[in-house]
Design a protein around this ligand. Structure first.
Ligand SMILES: *Cc1c(COP(=O)(O)O)cnc(C)c1O
Length: 236
C-alpha cells in the first residue's frame, strides 16, 4: 500500500483545507471565499463523522437513496448538505428543503420541477446550473451557448434562486488541462451577471475535484467538491 493510504481522514481533511488556503493566497483571493464540499458518495456514516470531527462542514451527496439515510443518521451533526449528482425529476419532491444547495440542475424541466415542488412546500430552493463546459456529447448539463437566454426564462421561477454555475470538466490525466474549462465557466458566469437579470446572482462557481481543486481555486472557484483526496479511492 502506498503511504497515502495510511493517512487518516482527519489528516487528509487538514491537507486539503491547507492546500485550498495556499492556492487562494497565491491567487490573491481570500481563503474564506472558498468552501470545501466533501463528496461523500459511498462513504460510510462513520467515515463521514471522522471528517466532520476534522473540520468538514458541507457534505455533497450524489444519489437521493444514498443521501436520505445519511442525512437522518447525521441529523445532529453541525453540517449542511448539498446535492451534487444528477437529480431525476421524480425524486425532486423528496429532496426539496433538505439540501442547502443543489449544484446539478441540468435542464429547464428540472428547474421547473424544483420550482413547483419548492412552491408546494412553501420554500425557496437555492440552485446552481450545471454547464457542459467541455461540450461532451456523453454528458448532461446546459450547453454554454444560449444559457444566458435560458437563465432569463428560469429567473421567472419564483421558488428557485439561481446562485451560480457548476461544471465537471472532461476527464483527463493532466489536471492542468482543466484550467481552460474553469476559465470558460467563470467567463460564462460573468457574462450572465452582466445581464443583471433580476433574482439571478452569480456568486458561486462550483468547480474542481480531487485532482484539480487547486487550479479551480486559482481560477475563481467558490465551492470545490472533493471526495477521494479526503476519503481515499472509491471501491463501489
Ligand atoms: C464524486 C464527485 C466529486 C468528487 O470527486 P473526487 O475525484 O473523488 O474528488 C465531485 N463532484 C461530483 C459531482 C462527484 O460526483
Amino acid at each position: 500500500m502506498e503511504p497515502f493510504a495510511r493517512e487518516t481522514i482527519a489528516q487528509r481533511v487538514q491537507s486539503v483545507l491547507s492546500a485550498i488556503r495556499s492556492a487562494a493566497e497565491k491567487a490573491g483571493r481570500r481563503p474564506e471565499s472558498i468552501r470545501l464540499v466533501a463528496a461523500t458518495k459511498t462513504v460510510t456514516v462513520d467515515g463521514i463523522r471522522e471528517g466532520i470531527a476534522a473540520g468538514l462542514s458541507i457534505l455533497g451527496e450524489n444519489r437521493v437513496q444514498e443521501a436520505l439515510p445519511k442525512v437522518e443518521a447525521l441529523a445532529q451533526a453541525p453540517v449542511r448538505w448539498h446535492f451534487i449528482g444528477h437529480l431525476q425529476r421524480r425524486k425532486v419532491r423528496s429532496v426539496v428543503g433538505m439540501f442547502e444547495l443543489i449544484h446539478s440542475v441540468d435542464s429547464l424541466e428540472l428547474a421547473q420541477e424544483i420550482d413547483r415542488r419548492a412552491g408546494d412546500a412553501g420554500q425557496s430552493q437555492d440552485i446552481l446550473l450545471e454547464v457542459n463546459i467541455g461540450g461532451e456529447t456523453t454528458k448532461g448539463g446546459f450547453h454554454p451557448d444560449g444559457l444566458v437566454q435560458l437563465v432569463s426564462t428560469m429567473a421567472a421561477l419564483s421558488h428557485i434562486r439561481i446562485k451560480g454555475l457548476m461544471a465537471i470538466p472532461p476527464p483527463t490525466a493532466e489536471p492542468e488541462s482543466a484550467r481552460t474549462h474553469f476559465i470558460r465557466l467563470r467567463e460564462l458566469a460573468e457574462a450572465i451577471a452582466a445581464q443583471r437579470i433580476p433574482g439571478v446572482v452569480m456568486e458561486e462557481l462550483s468547480m474542481g475535484m480531487s485532482n484539480e481543486y487547486e487550479i479551480a481555486v486559482q481560477e475563481g472557484a467558490t465551492l470545490v467538491r472533493v471526495g477521494s483526496a479526503i476519503f481515499g479511492a472509491r471501491h463501489a
